[in-house]
Design a protein around this ligand. Structure first.
Ligand SMILES: Cc1ncc(COP(=O)(O)O)c(C=O)c1O
Length: 381
């Protein structure tokens, strides 16, 4: 029996010795290593500016904070996402306005966005769900017509391209995650990329208390001014050292993911009782975060039995995400959306099983996952 983990950090000797080198030096924060990580991530994505942060949640929160989104402001958000996408709006004091997903990709249903815009709307939050790009031409046309900010949540989208351009570069900022099951990891970590020099400069200050000088920029040690409000959302040199080594591995990771994805996709498409999302086509290039299988109405009540069968046979699974965000208790109690308000996001959340295509696996693992899934459906029929 195989032991196929849903996510496995790919940490090698290079990461270990890079961390050791930082630990043997004197600078653990505010140093050259996080700068080098920013430069290498900017180079991979072709971003004019990149700012390292402690997580993607910090990146999202700081984006809204930087732009002054607060009480009385509305932000359009997808219902089908991680709660962090929406928490960031709440933390800033804004009001999330949820939009349902489209069934082909799980991304936001763009046809519903414009009718949700009110005079209070300040921003559109875009999530490239499971690494499939949203049609950013359409989103940017709506945003520029209504003069709205666009914040891209690219937590699952390292290696996602729309029209040959890396996502995160269409909107005002793109926010990335380096949590262990993501495309690359720094244990915890995040990054903002942006085309705006002033936003990068502001966020660089606001991630570190809003002080006007980092320790190396101070002519007299310990002397600085605080020119704005800010957080402690920095990334340490230890985390950044891992990141530099991981960025070098992105091309290899992505090609293994792509190979795995198409192997599994091909095998699972033979099953009539499940449906799969659209993937890379034309100008839409996925980052292949995972492969989510949607069960039909007959199988949906048996979802956790199927998960149990897979897990017992050594196939790790997950769910992206367990509920549409407005269905989580916090949001249900606060906004009281009817249970049937987001039918497509509900269908995805309540009927899907996420399977791994990560670079720790190969096509033999994909064959095993597909065969085990087919066996599970047969045995539970
Ligand atoms: C779409 C999305 N946004 C944001 C986050 C939060 O990322 P982090 O854990 O780096 O704060 C996640 C985490 O899985 C996510 O899936």
């Amino acid at each position: 029996m195989r032991n196929i983990k849903f996510g496995k950090p790919m940490i090698g000797e290079a990461e270990k010795s890079a961390v050791k080198k930082v630990l043997e030096g004197d600078i653990l924060v505010h140093g050259p290593v996080s700068k080098e990580f920013e430069t290498s991530f900017a180079s991979f994505t072709t971003a004019p500016h990149a700012v390292s942060l402690s997580s993607c949640t910090a990146a999202l929160h700081l984006s809204y904070f930087h732009y002054g989104i607060g009480p009385g402001d509305e932000v359009i958000v997808p219902a089908q996402t991680h709660n962090a996408t929406v928490h960031a709006v709440e933390l800033a004091g804004g009001k999330p306005v949820f939009i349902d997903a489209e069934i082909k990709t799980g991304n936001v249903d763009i046809s519903q966005v414009e009718s949700a815009i009110t005079p209070r709307t300040k921003a559109i939050s875009i999530v490239h769900y499971l690494g499939m790009p949203v049609d950013m031409d359409k989103i940017m046309a709506i945003a520029s017509k209504h003069k709205l900010l666009v914040i891209e949540d690219c937590a699952l989208a390292i290696g996602t391209y729309f029209k040959n351009r890396h996502v995160g570069l269409f909107g005002d900022v793109g926010c990335f995650s380096f949590y262990p099951v993501k495309h690359i990891t720094t244990a915890e970590g995040g990054m903002i990329i942006t085309k705006h020099a002033s936003v990068a400069a502001g966020i660089t200050r606001q991630r570190a208390f809003g002080v006007d000088r980092t320790p190396s920029e101070r002519s007299i040690p310990g002397i600085y001014d605080v020119t704005m409000l800010g957080f402690n959302y920095r990334m340490s040199e230890i985390h950044a050292a891992i990141g530099i080594e991981q960025v070098k591995k992105i091309p290899g990771f992505l090609s293994q993911r792509e190979e795995n994805y198409f192997c599994l996709d091909k095998a699972l498409r033979e099953i009539d009782e499940v449906s799969l999302f659209d993937s890379t086509h034309g100008d839409f290039k996925s980052s292949y975060y995972c492969l989510s299988v949607m069960l039909n109405d007959r199988l949906t009540p048996k979802r956790f039995e199927i998960v149990d069968y897979l897990n017992k046979k050594g196939v790790g699974t997950s769910v992206y995400y367990p509920r549409p965000v407005p269905h989580f208790t916090y949001y249900r109690q606060k906004y009281k959306h009817p249970e049937n308000a987001f039918p497509v996001a509900s269908k995805i959340s309540y009927s899907s099983i996420a399977l791994s295509v990560g670079p720790h696996l190969n096509t033999e693992d994909m064959d095993y996952i597909a065969t085990t899934m087919k066996d599970a459906l047969k045995s539970l029929a």
